[in-house]
Design a protein around this ligand. Structure first.
Ligand code: SF4
Length: 237
């Protein structure tokens, strides 16, 4: 694609479909996009959820912030930030006519419109799934047992006097988060590609944002802070 749509100054004044914004992460969904998911135009297996309280990059503030509600997003290509719907060879959106509202309002040369709507009217799992009996109860239970508020509180207290108790509670959250994903796939037959939409990204991955890493030794999880040796419950300091 050429830059024939730029003025003599070289500044872009309209969308030249260069795909740069599509490579910086897929859009978040808003209420206007609900129909795209409900009508199956965009399948939920192509989506993932950033859960309330989870650290996420706020494009407007330019910093990592805890999400104030669910943020439903399009997955990336092979673990990259590039939107799954970008045809990288052709540099084209494969769902252009049905692209979400953020893609429609984003003008890289003038971001005022997207800044106004960016954090408003976000679509949540509750909007989409609260009427799905059984599944919604499971989602609420997971959100309660694996809340990012609790996780952060426990991680912050790992150096306190109660560190053994706090470590056990942290590992219980990690284990519940892992187990519920396994159960819905193995026992309820859920498509594994749907799991990150239903339960968000696995805590074993998102915990990196809190300065920890999780590894497994046999059946036991080890929580590894950036500069300290692996911790298991009841391990001596
Ligand atoms: S949906 Fe289309 S326009 Fe929007 S980020 Fe993905 S590829 Fe780009």
């Amino acid at each position: 694609m050429t830059l024939t749509d730029t003025k003599s100054t070289g500044a872009i004044t309209k969308c030249i479909r260069c795909g740069t914004c599509c490579r910086k992460g897929g859009p978040s969904f808003h209420h206007q996009d609900r129909v795209l998911i409900e009508k199956g135009i965009i399948l939920s297996k192509y989506l993932y959820t950033i859960r309330e309280g989870e650290m996420s990059y706020d494009n407007v503030q330019g910093s990592l912030e805890p999400a104030t509600s669910d943020i439903i997003k399009i997955k990336g290509h092979n673990d990259s930030w590039t939107c799954l719907f970008l045809d990288e060879k052709q540099n084209e959106c494969t769902i252009y006519e049905n692209r979400p509202v953020e893609c429609r309002v984003l003008k890289c040369w003038d971001t005022r419109e997207i800044e106004k709507m960016y954090s408003k009217y976000r679509l949540t799992r509750k909007d989409l799934l609260s009427k799905v009996e059984g599944l919604w109860d499971l989602i609420e239970d997971h959100q309660k047992k694996c809340s990012y508020g609790d996780l952060k509180r426990f991680l912050d207290a790992l150096d306190s006097e109660d560190k053994d108790i706090v470590l056990e509670k942290t590992l219980a959250i990690i284990e519940y988060d892992r187990r519920v994903r396994e159960l819905v796939v193995q026992e309820a037959g859920l498509d594994p590609d749907m799991v990150e939409f239903i339960f968000g990204r696995p805590i074993t991955e998102t915990i990196n944002m809190y300065g920890f890493k999780v590894t497994k030794e046999g059946d036991k999880y080890l929580l590894i802070p950036k500069t300290i040796q692996p911790k298991t419950p009841n391990q001596n300091p």
